[in-house]
Design a protein around this ligand. Structure first.
Ligand code: ADP
Length: 525
């Protein structure tokens, strides 16, 4: 592993950040100026952290190993973070366990106040956090700042929910008894998060966990750990006590195994690939932990003949191209009824053509790079399979001239259900458009998958919107809307897309145990 590049703490930015991109001088100059300007602001705010957080202390890996964090738009190394494993994770679990004994006893109102302060700090640093997200994840700055608002929204919402952890009084069937239900925090939570929403995937787990009185060990994606560390720094500034929120990173399977093996960890919450989710679910069996999983999707986006074309194009564009197609709720199969098919493909393609590709810091950019080379190669292989089986390239279908991991916004028509692109998650800026004749056929196609996270329908027929929404085997359904995720509504999948819900009042249940208390001998004087 690379030695540490700069000794200074807490900030350690490699000197060449970000280097010029020889073939695109204008593009590079834009990055350079923006990045330098914000880097100093991040440092001033103490938000550029490059150590993990265990028991309130910033920590290196015990053996000094590090991993590099890259800017996906340039390939430059931004900084290094500790490459941790079992020992550091066990210490983080011990810290969380110790903190649990006091945090779980703090009043709900006090916990609510801490979370509210954290929310305020996240919002007051919206710009810096957005810049950090753009730097390590690549999404356009406006979108990144949107993620901060969205992600912080979970902390605000659960700060309020903290005050509403109600139990029940059960009418007793026996005269001498009184029966009640208490809701209590489940304990130490292991939270494993992906790179596509470096902030929001953390806040929607940690918000309800802390509101309920749980403590957490977070393992962010090694591709985007800096946002997690900045959020943790703000949590400390908000007065969330040491040990309540720990962040470790490094060897994913070693950290995951340590979380799974520990009897002190009572809950695993995960967002990521279906394959890793299944491993975690199996691993949690050893100590019978509670498990929440947000896994892969294969979202159908069904456009009926009776849809409003403009609404359908706008909604599908948002559902498909948000985060350059890298979300588990992205429209993976755009299924269009034959009567509107040509008109839709034409109007949709015109809209896609307008999406500007570039570095996330550049003005007007709507599509950033993909997260890494492997992601581009996956997209390329899906497109190759589809075109070799008869799909037509309407737009794009190749790497962007900017190089690196930029890929052209792409539209493929005449996609068929048996092509890989319609069966697996694309996770890239490729819209695959299928054709159907009847509502029954659309439903059969839509439900013919093991995934069941998000689905979208576009229709102006009220009866149809109810009928189809009810028949879709999915956890979320957008009707005439492509962006439906919010902290106030439950998010989660059915079938192999996951277990449990995040956001909304249902998101609290995942971090609570239900305890029945029976008081006997209650009728004698
Ligand atoms: P993606 O392909 O979107 O990166 P992954 O499921 O591989 O999805 O990653 C999501 C999160 O799971 C990341 O934080 C990653 O480091 C972590 N992860 C990957 N493999 C394991 C594992 N075996 N145990 C625990 N966490 C893992």
């Amino acid at each position: 592993m690379a030695a540490r590049m700069l000794a200074a703490r807490p900030f350690k930015l490699v000197s060449h950040l970000p280097s010029m991109h020889a073939s695109t001088p204008l593009f590079a100059r834009q990055i350079s100026m923006d990045a330098k300007g914000f880097a100093s602001r991040l440092v001033d705010a103490g938000l550029l952290r490059s150590q993990a957080l265990i028991g309130g202390k910033w920590s290196d890996a015990y053996d000094g190993n590090t991993i590099k964090v890259h800017n996906p738009a340039t390939g430059d190394v931004i900084t290094t973070v500790p490459c941790m494993g079992q020992n550091e994770t066990n210490d983080a679990i011990s810290a969380a366990s110790e903190a649990f004994s006091s945090w779980s006893k703090v009043t709900n109102v006090e916990r609510s106040k801490c979370l509210r302060k954290w929310y305020d700090l996240l919002i007051s640093h919206k710009e810096e956090l957005g810049q950090l997200i753009t730097l390590e994840q690549g999404k356009p700055l406006q979108e990144a700042m949107g993620e901060v608002t969205y992600g912080a929204g979970f902390i605000e919402f659960f700060a309020e929910e903290a005050k509403r952890v109600y139990g029940d009084i059960i009418p007793s069937p026996l005269a001498d008894r009184r029966m009640l239900v208490l809701k209590q925090p489940v304990g130490v939570v292991g939270a494993i998060t992906p790179w596509n929403f470096p902030l929001a995937m953390i806040t929607r787990k940690v918000g309800p966990a802390l509101a309920c009185g749980c403590t957490v060990v977070i393992k962010p994606s090694e591709l985007t750990p800096l946002t997690a560390l900045a959020a943790a720094e703000l949590a400390l500034q908000a007065g969330i006590p040491p040990g309540v929120m720990n962040v470790v990173m490094g060897n994913a399977s070693a950290i995951g195994d340590a979380l799974l093996a520990s009897p002190q960890v009572r809950k695993i919450t995960f967002t990521g690939s279906t394959a890793v989710g299944k491993k975690l679910m199996a691993g949690a069996a050893g100590t019978v932990k509670k498990v929440s999983l947000e896994l892969g999707g294969n979202a159908p986006c069904i456009v009926f003949d009776d849809a409003d074309l403009d609404v359908a194009v706008k909604g599908t564009l948002g559902a498909k191209f948000r985060n350059t197609g890298q979300t588990c709720v992205c429209a993976n199969r755009i299924m269009v009824q034959e009567g509107i098919y040509e008109k839709f493909v034409d109007a949709f393609t015109k809209a896609v053509q307008k999406l500007q590709v570039g570095h996330g810091f550049s003005e007007g950019v709507a599509q950033g790079p993909l997260i890494n080379e492997a992601a581009v190669q996956k997209v390329e292989s899906f497109v190759k399979d589809a075109t070799s089986k008869g799909a037509k390239v309407v737009l794009g279908a190749k790497r962007h001239s900017l190089g690196m991991t930029f890929y052209e916004p792409t539209v493929l028509s005449d996609v068929k259900s048996d092509m890989i692109i319609a069966r697996d998650e694309i996770f890239g800026p490729v819209a695959s458009v299928l054709r159907f004749k009847t509502e029954d056929e659309a439903l059969r196609m839509a439900n013919d998958t093991n995934a069941g996270l998000a689905a979208y329908i576009f229709t102006n027929n009220v009866q149809r919107s109810w009928r189809v929404a009810e028949a879709l085997e999915y956890g979320l359904v957008g009707v005439n809307e492509g962006l439906i995720s919010t902290e106030v509504a439950p998010f989660g999948g059915v079938k192999q897309s996951g277990l449990g819900r995040e956001g909304s009042k249902y998101g609290m249940d995942e971090y609570l145990e239900v305890k029945y208390v029976c008081l006997g001998n209650m009728s004698s004087k």
